[in-house]
Design a protein around this ligand. Structure first.
Ligand SMILES: [Mg+2]
Length: 311
C-alpha cells in the first residue's frame, strides 16, 4: 500500500468525540474545547534521519525542521502556534553534541515564533535518529480555513516559488507562512488552503478531493524556483515537473473567489513585497486536474512525491 492508502486504512475506524470539529484529513485537527471564539489546532509530525535529513545535515537545521514542519501546518489553517512537546528517538551511541545542537535549532525556531516547548520524551531507537513534534495552536473560530471549501470558479493561488527544495537546502531553512496565512484569512474570504509538503501536483489533489471539485492549472503561471531551473539545466529534467512534484516547498496553496483575485494580488504585493504570489489556475466542477500549456489542455500527470535522501 502507498502512504495515502495506509492513512485511509488507519483512519477508517478512529474514535472521535463531541469536541472534534475536524478530525483526520486536514492539515491540523480542529477542536472545540469550550473557548468562546477560538478553536484549538492540534498537529503531530516527525522527521527521521535518512528520510527528512541525513547524518551530514547540520543538527541545528534538522531540529529547526522538526518544529517548522508543524508550524507550516498551523499556517495552513490560518492559525497561531502556541505549544509543542517533543519526542526524541535516540540511536545507540548517539553523539551528545549532536542532540544538543538539534535542540538548540529547535529551541531557536520555537522562540522566534513564541512557541513554548513544554515537555517531551526520549526513547531508544534501534535505527536512526528521529524527532517527533506535537503542536497546539489556535484560530479564531470564523477564520479557520479548511481544505474543503473550494468552489468551482475560484482562483487558485500559491505563495513563493516551487521545486528544488532538497537540492537548494530550502527544505531545512524555509520560513513557515504563518503571518501571510493569518493576513489572508483576515483580509479575504479564503475558501480552502493547504501547505505544500508533498508537491503541488499531489497537495492540490488533496485540497480538491476534500472540496469535491477539480482544477485547471496554467503551466506558464506555476512559479518555478531558480533552484528547480538550475537542476533542470544540469540534469536534463523538466523544470515545471520539478515544481509540480519535488515537494517540501512549505508554501501556501489556497482558493479564493475569482472576484477577489485582482485585489488580493495588489494587496499582497504591498504587504509582502519580498514574496511572490501567483494565480496558477482555477477550480472546476469536473473532478479532474488538467494542465493548460501552449499545446493545449491535458490531464496533469501525477508522480506522487516520495521522500528521498539528499544527494
Ligand atoms: Mg500540511
Amino acid at each position: 500500500v502507498n502512504e495515502l492508502e495506509l492513512i485511509e486504512r488507519l483512519c477508517r475506524h478512529l474514535p472521535l468525540n463531541a469536541s472534534t470539529v475536524v478530525g483526520p484529513g486536514d492539515d491540523c485537527a480542529v477542536l472545540d474545547l469550550g473557548l468562546a471564539d477560538r478553536r484549538i489546532l492540534f498537529k503531530t509530525d516527525a522527521v527521521v534521519e535518512g528520510v527528512h535529513f541525513t547524518a551530514e545535515t547540520d543538527p541545528r537545521l534538522a531540529g529547526r525542521k522538526a518544529l517548522a514542519r508543524c508550524l507550516s501546518d498551523i499556517a495552513a489553517m490560518a492559525g497561531t502556534p502556541t505549544h509543542a512537546v517533543i519526542t526524541l528517538g535516540l540511536p545507540p551511541d548517539c553523539d551528545l553534541d549532536r542532540v544538543d545542537n538539534l535542540y538548540a535549532g529547535l529551541g531557536d525556531c520555537a522562540r522566534q515564533h513564541k512557541v513554548g516547548v513544554v515537555g517531551g520524551e526520549t526513547t531508544a531507537s534501534p535505527g536512526s535518529l528521529w524527532v517527533s513534534t506535537a503542536m497546539l495552536g489556535w484560530v479564531q473560530s470564523d477564520r479557520c480555513v479548511l481544505r474543503s471549501g473550494a468552489h468551482p470558479g475560484d482562483a487558485l493561488f500559491v505563495s513563493g516559488e516551487l521545486g528544488g527544495s532538497l537540492a537548494s537546502g530550502r527544505h531545512l531553512s524555509f520560513a513557515p507562512r504563518l503571518e501571510e496565512a493569518r493576513w489572508l484569512a483576515e483580509a479575504f474570504e479564503v475558501h480552502a488552503m493547504i501547505d505544500l509538503s508533498d508537491g503541488l501536483a499531489g497537495d492540490l489533489r488533496h485540497l480538491l478531493k476534500a472540496s469535491g471539485v477539480g482544477a485547471e492549472l496554467l503551466a506558464h503561471a506555476v512559479p518555478v524556483s531558480p533552484a528547480a531551473r538550475a537542476a533542470a539545466r544540469q540534469g536534463g529534467r523538466n523544470a515545471l515537473a520539478a515544481a509540480l512534484t519535488d515537494g517540501e516547498d512549505y508554501e501556501l496553496l489556497f482558493a479564493v473567489s475569482a472576484a477577489d483575485a485582482v485585489a488580493l494580488k495588489d494587496r499582497w504585493k504591498s504587504r509582502f513585497p519580498g514574496t511572490k504570489l501567483s494565480c496558477i489556475g482555477r477550480v472546476m466542477s469536473e473532478t479532474t486536474v488538467t494542465l493548460r500549456d501552449a499545446q493545449g489542455r491535458r490531464t496533469l500527470p501525477l508522480h506522487g512525491y516520495v521522500h528521498f535522501q539528499e544527494p
